[in-house]
Design a protein around this ligand. Structure first.
Ligand SMILES: [Zn+2]
Length: 316
């Protein structure tokens, strides 16, 4: 297909997402009932999270700049609206090793008592070049389920938070090929980190990123290149609640969506399972056609959700 036509088609698709996000806009001036310290996810939330993932990965693959990426953005906007928040879309075009690509972040703000913000973020794009049946069920899918169900229950239970909670679904986390660079990968998180750095530096307090959290054999780690204070708080939160996912400190750095925030001086953390595979540490499901919904467990999703809530309780 002619590349200009493809580009125009992608831009059209992304414009539709933006228009939809505006049309779907809803008011979030609801009364708040329970303080975040008393908020617990329902027992069995993992099943609801899993259902979200199951439906989301029907749109696969979701490589940035493709028609499917636009569809995924539309789907996210609709689900955010269903949860009772106002979906917002930020789209832009950026140079990549494969030329100019259109990206689109989808996000929603859960209003707190102040404008000071905590971001809970994940990516929704898939790694390109894996194959036409690549689902990215764990990598790009699992976290979408956790975040949407968490958002839904916070709205439903009218949870009171001091901070505004921004649920951010980043596009373009994945790089093209093997190595990240300033023009390759982390596009969506860099875009949002730059926004806060240049326009709302004092507003953004903390960033919690989750990535690949659905493996039946969940091994969540916190990479070394996060904010140490936040890592300590997260470890504490995980230890105090037996229902929460267990986490340990990784021995290595990890380039993920937390990094653009850390680089700009913000407090940020990342929870990631880097062992995703058929046997412990084999990683053979990661970035392969094997990353399918049947490898995920509702239990792992729920435990991750509980962990995020516990960290939120500590830092709000
Ligand atoms: Zn990936």
């Amino acid at each position: 297909m002619n590349t200009t036509w493809l580009f125009l088609k992608n831009m059209l698709s992304i414009s539709i997402v933006c228009i939809l996000a505006i049309v779907l806009g809803t008011s979030c001036n609801f009364k708040k009932d329970i303080p975040i310290t008393e908020f617990e996810l329902d027992n069995g939330s993992g099943k609801a999270m899993f259902k979200y993932v199951e439906r989301f990965v029907e749109i696969s693959p979701r490589d940035s700049g493709t028609i499917n990426a636009g569809k995924a953005g539309q789907w996210l906007s609709r689900e955010i609206k269903r949860c009772g928040l106002k979906p917002q879309a930020d789209s832009w075009v950026e140079q990549t090793p494969r030329g100019k690509i259109a990206f689109c972040n989808i996000f929603a703000d859960y209003p707190g008592e102040t404008e000071k913000t905590i971001i809970i973020g994940c990516h929704y794009d898939t790694k390109s070049g894996i194959g036409p049946t690549f689902q990215g069920a764990n990598d790009g899918g699992s976290t979408v389920g956790v975040m949407l169900e968490l958002m839904r229950q916070m709205v439903e239970k009218k949870v009171k938070t001091k901070h505004t909670i921004r649920f951010a679904f980043f596009d373009g986390e994945e790089c093209i090929g093997d190595s990240y660079s300033s023009q390759n990968g982390l596009h969506g998180s860099t875009r949002m980190a730059n926004y806060y750095y240049t326009q709302k530096k004092d507003i953004l307090q903390n960033v919690i990123i989750i990535d690949m959290v659905g493996d039946k054999n969940l091994v969540l780690e916190i990479p070394r290149n996060v904010t140490p204070k936040l890592a300590k708080q997260a470890m504490l939160a995980a230890m105090e609640n037996k229902k929460a996912a267990r986490v340990s400190l990784a021995s290595t750095y990890c380039i993920d969506d937390h990094w653009p925030f850390v680089e700009r001086g913000f407090s940020a953390i990342d929870f990631i399972d880097y062992t995703y595979g058929s046997t412990p540490n084999s990683k053979d499901y990661w970035h392969t056609l094997e990353d399918t919904i049947d490898k995920l467990s509702p239990d792992s999703l729920e435990k991750t959700g509980i962990l995020v809530v516990d960290v939120l309780k500590l830092i709000d």
